[in-house]
Design a protein around this ligand. Structure first.
Ligand code: HEM
Length: 400
């Protein structure tokens, strides 16, 4: 079997079809490396909950020039240390303090869509458009900067550069001869990648320096939990750790790039597929609308955490969107310690790929798996706990 020269969508289709042709476990051997693909919830549990096999697969190295060894890519002690520094930035009190930003950004997105509708514009690809708003949200919440107010050329170039880099990483991944750094750097794609990278790094450095100035002068973004305990948002938390000598400026840059990417790309994909599904299912739109009407009646009060808690149907809709279209369809691990996967031994040096997209479409777990049915998440859930893993699970689950 070969994936050589195929466009990314074709590679995706072939990889996800492997299960139909070969069963629940498939081993592909490429360049003398054994890669085990698994589609089964029991296997996925063993792999994702392993406490030492936490090293990411080789495909992630194509993102390293961009994200460095930030939280997504790092492993071992470095990953443990960073995860410990960053976890408090996702405390409930911090997230609660961002509700206003989420609301403002949602309204601004709806307004922009309305405007497009008025102009009769035909939106062909919503992803870059939604990406903008997701990027503004992560910048304002995690980095403390208002990117939507910034109309400079640098910002426009930054946004374009990260969208391009994402696409270029995908293209490199599916073009095997470009896996070699030597060939990639000589290739036009490699040269374009380097140019975009320079823009992204320079933008991230400016964000850090600006925030460092604000932090040093005492004007930092923080949330008070009502008991006088100050909680710091992500970039400020990193700057505080730098003061304590726990991380250096290069490390901060790795995390800023990691969170700018992970924080906007995953959410933009989920929202884009969500809009597509809602457009096709008016009855679901109607039920969401009725639920909101019950919660807000005629009031236009700002949304609260308790309002969110009441949106049971909307929550089921979001779960169903992420079941059908998980933003991260598969994840890879490089095995650093032999382990047993049921009756087979997976050896150190091999790789495993967990197919989130496919396990979430198994007909025996999800009857009519291709159908968009949010009600399945309203019923009592007796499924295996690793049959639904859009945020991964175990030690390397999604922090965001
Ligand atoms: C729909 C939204 C999201 C989905 C579906 C999602 C999914 C995932 C998945 C599947 C992983 C594991 C990746 C792997 O093992 O290769 C992951 C990791 C991660 N996610 Fe998310 N994510 C979402 C939103 C976010 C947001 C909003 C942030 C940041 C604010 C974020 C930051 C991260 C980071 C830093 C990691 C690496 C964690 C670690 O290895 O310790 N994600 N995410």
């Amino acid at each position: 079997m070969t994936f050589m020269g195929l466009p990314p969508e074709e590679v995706f289709k072939r990889i996800t079809n492997l299960r139909n042709d070969y069963g629940d476990r498939v081993v592909i051997t490429a360049f003398r490396r054994h890669i085990l693909h698994t589609y089964k919830e029991e296997d996925i549990e063993i792999i994702l909950s392993h406490s030492r096999n936490i090293k990411k697969g080789i495909a992630y190295r194509f993102m390293e020039p961009w994200l460095g060894t930030g939280l997504l890519i790092s492993t071992g002690n470095k990953w443990h240390r960073r995860r410990k520094i960053l976890t408090p930035a996702f405390h409930f009190d911090i997230l609660k303090s961002f509700l206003k930003v989420f609301e403002e950004q949602s309204q601004s997105l709806v307004e922009a869509l309305r405007q497009l509708n008025k102009e009769g514009t035909e939106v062909l690809d919503v992803i870059p458009f939604i990406s903008d708003h997701m990027l503004y949200t992560i910048c304002e919440t995690a980095m403390g900067i208002k990117l939507d107010a910034d109309k400079t050329e640098t910002k426009v170039e930054y946004k374009k550069a990260i969208l391009d880099i994402g696409a270029m990483v995908m293209e490199r991944l599916t073009t095997f001869y470009l896996h070699s750094d030597f060939l990639f750097n000589l290739h036009p794609l490699g040269r374009r990648f380097a140019k975009s990278l320079a823009k992204v790094h320079s933008f991230a450095d400016n964000v850090i320096m600006e925030r460092k100035k604000a932090y040093d002068s005492g004007a930092v973004l923080n949330a008070d939990n009502g008991e006088g305990k100050r909680r710091l948002a992500l970039l400020d938390l990193l700057l505080e750790s730098e003061r304590k000598g726990e991380i250096d400026l290069e490390g901060i840059r790795e995390e800023v790039n990691t969170f700018m990417f992970e924080g906007h790309d995953t959410t933009a994909i989920a929202l884009s597929f969500g809009l597509m599904l809602l457009a096709d299912h008016e009855e679901v739109q109607e039920r969401i609308f009725e639920e909101c009407k019950d919660i807000f009646s005629d009031s236009s009060h700002s949304i609260s955490m308790s309002d969110l808690g009441e949106m049971k149907y909307l929550e089921a809709v979001i779960k169903e969107i992420l079941r059908l279209y998980p933003s991260v369809p598969f994840i890879g691990r490089e095995i650093v310690e032999d382990f047993m996967l049921g009756d087979i031994k997976v050896k150190k040096g091999s790789e495993v790929v967990v197919h989130i997209y496919d396990v979430q479409r198994r007909p025996e777990l999800y009857p009519e798996p291709e159908a968009f049915k949010p009600e399945r998440f309203l019923e009592a859930d007796s499924r295996h706990s690793y049959a639904y893993v859009p945020f991964s699970a175990g030690p390397r689950n999604c922090i965001g």
